[in-house]
Design a protein around this ligand. Structure first.
Ligand code: CO
Length: 247
């Protein structure tokens, strides 16, 4: 069942989402060569708690940290550690917050110092794929219009979309119905209506779409070890158009 939110509930979600956006803003300047992913996690957790909010991922199915930090060929769910990020890396930062009974969830992939041309293209295509998906997130469209727009944007640039992980509904739970795949034919699935709140999150590989899970039980990596990027926003479909809550 898809749980629709009232305007008041969307306002409360926006409060959680604002904290997510602030963490992602504050973390940017900390993404420099030599920093450990644990340092980044520490910044995020203290910021979130200073706002009276809770890091939504910590303890979720046993996940041990507040942020997912996925470097280079890591797709999602990389666990913060004492590993240092290096010039030329790309790092995906995925953050979830619970505040006042509601959740927000967003991700970006950032360059560490200067990065190769191919990596730059991967980041811009993935960000653009999220934007093209969001453009279809309007009342009256069907859910898979979002999926299809993302897939087309990615594949027209020669990259591939990950199949094993998908976006999701979000609200009083981190993961609600419906699933929001980043692939599919247009015109299918439920009709989009005002009050739907979704986490749209393309995960894009420079090579093949296949992924493996490392022995830590969390970190997803590309099977061919090609680079991977991830952008995510929590959005609300309203009668006046799309509200990007984590912007
Ligand atoms: Co998500």
């Amino acid at each position: 069942m898809i749980v629709l939110k009232s305007d008041d509930e969307i306002k409360r979600m926006a409060d959680a989402c604002r904290i997510v956006a602030e963490v992602l803003e504050g973390i940017r300047e900390r993404v420099v060569p030599g920093v450990t992913t644990k340092d980044l996690d520490g910044f995020a957790e203290s910021y979130i708690r200073s706002k009276g909010a809770r890091p939504a991922f910590k303890g979720y199915r046993g996940y041990p940290a507040s942020v997912c930090t996925s470097i280079n060929e890591q797709v999602v769910h990389g666990i913060p550690s004492s590993a240092r990020i290096r010039e030329g890396d790309i790092i995906s930062l995925d953050i979830g917050v619970e505040y006042n009974g509601f959740y927000g969830d967003a991700a970006v992939t950032l360059p560490v110092g200067s990065i190769r041309k191919e990596a730059k293209k991967l980041l811009s295509v993935t960000e653009r794929a999220l934007e093209s998906g969001m453009e279809k997130a309007v009342a009256g469209n069907r859910l898979s219009d979002i999926s299809s727009a993302i897939q087309q944007c990615v594949e027209s640039e020669g990259f591939s979309v990950v199949r094993n992980f998908v976006g999701h509904g979000i609200g009083r739970e981190l993961h609600e119905e419906p699933q929001v795949p980043n692939f599919g034919r247009p015109g299918e699935g439920p009709e989009l209506v005002p009050g739907m709140t979704l986490a749209i999150e393309p995960m894009v590989n420079a090579g093949n779409w296949e992924v493996l899970i490392l022995n830590d039980g969390w970190t997803a990596v590309t099977k061919d070890r090609s680079l991977s990027a991830h952008y995510e926003h929590t959005v609300a479909i309203t009668k006046n158009g799309l509200d990007i809550l984590t912007k």
